[in-house]
Write a protein that binds this ligand. Structure first.
Ligand code: NI
Length: 198
């Protein structure tokens, strides 16, 4: 199998796991993150294959989505090996993915981890980020907004997290993309409050 075939096999594997997700972590989230990670990896002269695969699998084993992280990661490891991803590559991929999911507030150690974290964060902002925020809020029973009780509303999540992501990007390419998406969220919030009234 060449790398293109391996990516195709990984895509199907990821599809089978995330196809029914409604928390904003569906198959298309993985697909967008993989595409962004590939683009950023090329611009940053990083290993495109490692970045793309890491992006495809970055949410596998996430504790808010999986009851049994160990089992999910073991299955993934066996799968990667079965399609011919080498031991060294598998190690790099799992390390980078762990960097992304377990260092949410911290800086990943590897360039690949940084790139995938950037790509994941890019998908959390802009028009897509807005859609995912309300989708996630719906599945966790959050209100859209309550000015007297802001905590745990979807709109408050913009201020707690999303508007901070632009300044947390690691790579130049991601910083550039983030700028437009950040501005769009500010525009959106302005319009939201205009319509919300007092
Ligand atoms: Ni993600």
């Amino acid at each position: 199998m060449d790398n293109k075939d391996k990516i195709a096999a990984i895509r199907s594997y990821v599809f089978s796991i995330f196809k029914d997700d409604s928390t904003g972590h569906d198959y298309f989230h993985m697909k967008r993150v993989a595409e962004s990670a590939g683009t950023i990896a090329e611009a940053e002269n990083a290993d495109v294959f490692i970045c793309e695969v890491t992006a495809w699998i970055h949410d596998i084993g996430d504790e808010k989505l999986f009851d049994n992280r160990g089992e999910a990661v073991n299955n993934l490891t066996a799968f990667l090996r079965s399609i011919g991803v080498s031991v060294i590559e598998t190690k790099k991929i799992l390390h980078a993915a762990e960097d992304v999911s377990f260092r949410k507030g911290n800086v990943p150690e590897t360039l690949e981890g940084k790139i995938v974290q950037d790509a994941d964060r890019l998908d959390a902002i802009g028009a897509i980020g807005i859609a995912r925020t309300f989708s996630y809020g719906g599945t966790t029973g959050q209100l859209i907004w309550d000015g007297d009780n802001k905590d745990n509303t979807s709109i408050q999540h913009f201020y707690d997290k999303l508007l901070k992501l632009k300044d947390l990007m690691h790579t130049k390419s991601a910083i550039q993309i983030a700028e437009e998406r950040h501005n769009f969220m500010n525009m959106y919030l302005k319009q939201f409050f205009k319509e919300w009234g007092r």
